[in-house]
Design a protein. Structure first.
Length: 178
């Protein structure tokens, strides 16, 4: 497997998540998504660059990745969950190596790993149990773009999909990272 980086001890990412969890409001959930792959032509993409926030919290450098942190989750096994893109031999040939569940566990220190297509089966239930939800958004005063980024699209999708959960308070996570 060709790697962009020298291996980083996952204790760094475990500590980063611990610090973030300590800054959250009680019974809050945080959802951090990866960047999108940017198309360059009909059959090619620009080199992928991971969301700095997701990499800071997980060490995972792969598209279609979502981190869900819910430190007060009543189901202990869902307090830290990582959703990654499922890989196979065909993807490895055409797109290059993708993390296996075991590799993602080793890199991130997160033990609960699902394939990304399982996110819709788990996220609504977790969000329903939470009192507040932090979504990663770029709220910098000078942020102006005609092209919506993945975080903005995901936040809009979540607000539309979860509108039936009125008890949730939607917050941005950028200001709480210590």
């Amino acid at each position: 497997m060709l790697k962009k980086y020298t291996a980083i001890d996952n204790a760094l990412f475990v500590e980063n998540r611990r610090r973030l969890a300590a800054a959250l409001a009680p019974n809050s959930i945080v959802v951090v998504t990866s960047n999108d792959e940017c198309p360059r032509s009909a059959d090619g993409t620009h080199p992928f660059r991971q969301s700095s926030d997701l990499f800071y919290l997980t060490g995972i450098d792969q598209e279609e990745t979502v981190l869900v942190l819910y430190p007060d989750c009543p189901k202990e096994e869902f307090r830290e969950v990582l959703f990654i893109r499922e890989t196979n031999d065909h993807i490895a040939v055409w797109e290059g190596h993708k993390y296996t569940k075991d590799e993602a566990k080793q890199a991130s220190g997160i033990t609960k790993i699902f394939w990304s297509d399982q996110l819709p089966a788990h996220l609504p239930t977790l969000m329903y149990m939470a009192d507040a939800c932090y979504l990663n958004t770029n709220e910098h005063a000078r942020m102006r773009t005609n092209v919506p980024d993945h975080d903005a699209c995901f936040a809009a999708e979540m607000l539309t999909a979860i509108h039936c959960i009125p008890s949730n308070v939607w917050l941005a996570d950028a200001p709480i990272v210590p």
